[in-house]
Design a protein around this ligand. Structure first.
Ligand code: ADP
Ligand code: MG
Ligand code: ZN
Length: 612
């Protein structure tokens, strides 16, 4: 597809600069060529003259003599010399010896002045250019300014809405945009106002970029694609000039779509961020606003932008006449995941027996991007095994890799550490079979993956958007299962519990502070627990008193204590199960639900409702 991108490129300034330098260098070498002629002293010259060994001379500007002398052995050799003083005797002697005398004045003074001044002129020129761009001398300083918007050839194999699985709502709203682009006049005749900007909002990997390209494909118009971070360079003013250029390119190509991906990179609230704001970003954003206001909605340009952080965008961007429409691009549910898998499976050679629906069910929480890479991983794996068709086994492998990370088979743990890891994971695992409000277990493994020595993974049956207090409590108990198992078996704990404890504490804090699930009641304390970027969240404040803070801590501790003792209680009661599971795990390395049930002689989950 890349060869369908039309590159609009002008020779960069740096290129021209180097050509000029090169030519100048060649030129000056040519001019100063005379240096290759031997220089002799005036007295030597006079000796040659007296011995009748000078054939002819050229006197240049009355200062230099280029002479042809007859050197030893009768070879005629050109030499050059400076005349040290006005020697009246010289002329007499030359005449006497019948030397042919020529004179020459270098009236090419202009050229030599230019050549002498060339380096200076160059430097002034470069300096001027850099000043104009308001920047420092830098290799990149030579080629900025021009927007690097990628224009996809509209005749190329287009992406259409058919390539986007699911996203019914988003597609319906965007179909309207396609219609605007195709039948502009229909709307204008009725006096309807065509929207200028549409903001695509959704989590990473949900298909925002894909949708934007599909809109261009459906409408069959050029697609100018630029990412918010492309505008951000180290030079002040570059972003703004890129915006200007992007829009002028789009205007000549109208009707067209301008797509600004990751707009939050430039569109964050102005005046926020550390150090009192960011000049470059503000200038870029201002220029974008100016451009958006500058063209008529009748011009046939529609601007799409994508973000996963609409909350941090500058309010000015969302005002009427700018991005006043929002389209939500959502995470896929089971049915949509099946469709996405099907779309991408078409691109590979897949065994017909593979049940994509099963894999859709087994991948809750995965985005479209995750699913497309799952298919690709499966194909890669099949290729590595020299298979000519992708089957069930490869899909299993790919899913586990994405869910649990890559197995680090080369990492050999000491026996003792492997044993402790098995006990730890067995502790987590047993919780799945002794708690009521849990999802089924997917797999438990003691093969080191990434930074984890082992993993236990549950598999939600359906997508869940909210959780009950009971569910969360059981999650906390599962998280404490590993710690409790180490304590029960070894009466000691390892550092492997760090991540578990951290996650448990986070859930407990949210239960108290956000979800009103403690004795403090349904009150929200403090702001969202979102990661702090350089945006306005920096001004997070504590909206509760010291006393309340103590109460919050107390409630969190209470919840954690409860989960801890519950986990320990379950394990002490079932210590034989714990031991045999850990032993089996050490041998098999990876076990799934079925194998565990067989070992522990537990009936399927639908029949166990007993809570311990
Ligand atoms: P975003 O821009 O929202 O981060 P992308 O559009 O870049 O996501 O999606 C990345 C890739 O994931 C796409 O190129 C496509 O292969 C796949 N993908 C995402 N959503 C879908 C979907 N709904 N249908 C088909 N493929 C999808
Ligand atoms: Mg994207
Ligand atoms: Zn653990």
């Amino acid at each position: 597809m890349d060869n369908n991108i039309l590159k609009r490129k002008k020779p960069s300034f740096a290129f021209i600069f180097f050509i000029v330098m090169f030519v100048a260098l060649l030129f000056s070498m040519f001019i100063t060529n005379k240096n290759t002629v031997a220089t002799i002293s005036y007295s030597d010259f006079l000796t040659f003259l007296e011995n009748d060994n000078v054939k002819e001379i050229v006197i240049i500007d009355e200062k230099i003599i280029n002479a042809k002398i007859i050197a030893n052995g009768g070879v005629i050799t050109p030499v050059t010399l400076d005349i040290p003083y006005a020697d009246a005797e010289l002329m007499k002697l030359l005449r006497e010896k019948k030397v042919a005398i020529f004179g020459k004045t270098t009236k090419d003074g202009f050229l030599s002045v230019i050549i002498n001044l060339l380096p200076m002129i160059m430097m002034v020129f470069v300096f001027f250019m850099l000043m104009r761009q308001n920047s420092v001398t830098n290799e990149r300083g030579m080629q900025f300014g021009r927007s690097r918007a990628k224009l996809y050839d509209k005749n190329s194999k287009n992406i259409s809405f058919n390539d986007v699985a699911g996203q019914v709502e988003a597609k319906r709203e965007l179909e309207e945009i396609v219609d605007f682009l195709k039948n502009k006049n229909k709307y204008l005749d009725l006096g309807a106002k065509i929207p200028k900007g549409v903001l695509l909002v959704g989590n990473p990997g949900t298909g925002k970029t894909l949708l934007a390209r599909a809109v261009a494909g459906e409408a069959d118009v050029p697609f100018f694609h630029m990412s918010g971070s492309d505008f951000m360079e180290m030079f002040v003013g570059v972003g703004a000039s890129r915006v200007r250029d992007l829009f002028s390119q789009a205007r000549t190509a109208a009707p067209a779509i301008v797509f600004i991906d990751e707009i939050d990179a430039i569109g964050r609230s102005r005046g926020s961020g550390l150090g009192g704001g960011h000049d470059e970003r503000e200038q870029t954003l201002n220029q974008l606003l100016v451009e958006m206001d500058g063209f008529e909605s009748t011009s046939g340009i529609i601007i799409l932008a994508a973000t996963n952080r609409p909350d941090v965008l500058d309010k000015a961007l969302l005002r009427p006449g700018r991005f006043d429409r929002q389209v939500h691009v959502v995470m896929p549910d089971v049915k949509e995941r099946t469709e996405i898998l099907k779309v991408h499976a078409k691109k590979i050679k897949m065994d017909e027996k593979v049940d994509l629906e099963k894999f859709a069910r087994a991948t809750p929480g995965m985005s479209g991007a995750d699913l497309s890479s799952l298919i690709n991983e499966a194909a890669l794996f099949a290729a590595r095994k020299d298979k000519n068709i992708v089957g069930d086994e490869e899909f299993e492998f790919a899913r586990d890799k994405i869910l649990m990370g890559v197995a680090r088979e080369s990492m050999v743990l000491p026996e003792k550490e492997r044993e402790m890891t098995a006990v730890h994971e067995a502790g987590h695992t047993l919780m799945y079979y002794h708690l009521k409000n849990v999802s089924p277990l997917h797999k438990v493994s003691v093969i080191p993956r990434g930074r984890a020595l082992g993993v236990t993974i549950g598999l939600p049956k359906e997508d869940s958007y909210s959780h009950t207090k009971e569910y969360l409590k059981d999650q906390l108990i599962i998280l404490h299962g590993g710690y409790a198992a180490e304590k029960v078996i070894y009466n000691d704990t390892t550092t492997g519990t760090q991540n578990d404890i951290q996650r448990a504490t986070e859930i407990a804090r949210n239960m108290v502070c956000q979800w009103g699930m403690s004795d403090l009641g349904p009150v929200s304390f403090g702001q969202d627990d979102e990661p702090i970027f350089m945006g306005k969240e920096i001004a997070r404040y504590k909206d509760y008193s010291e006393k309340t803070a103590e109460e919050i801590d107390f409630e969190i501790k209470k919840i954690i204590k409860f989960a801890q003792s519950k986990a320990e209680e379950i394990l002490r009661k079932n210590i034989e199960q714990l031991k045999s599971l850990a032993k089996e795990l050490l041998e098999k390395e990876t076990m799934d639900d079925e194998e565990i049930r067989e070992l522990l002689k537990i009936v399927p989950v639908s029949e166990t409702v007993e809570v311990v």
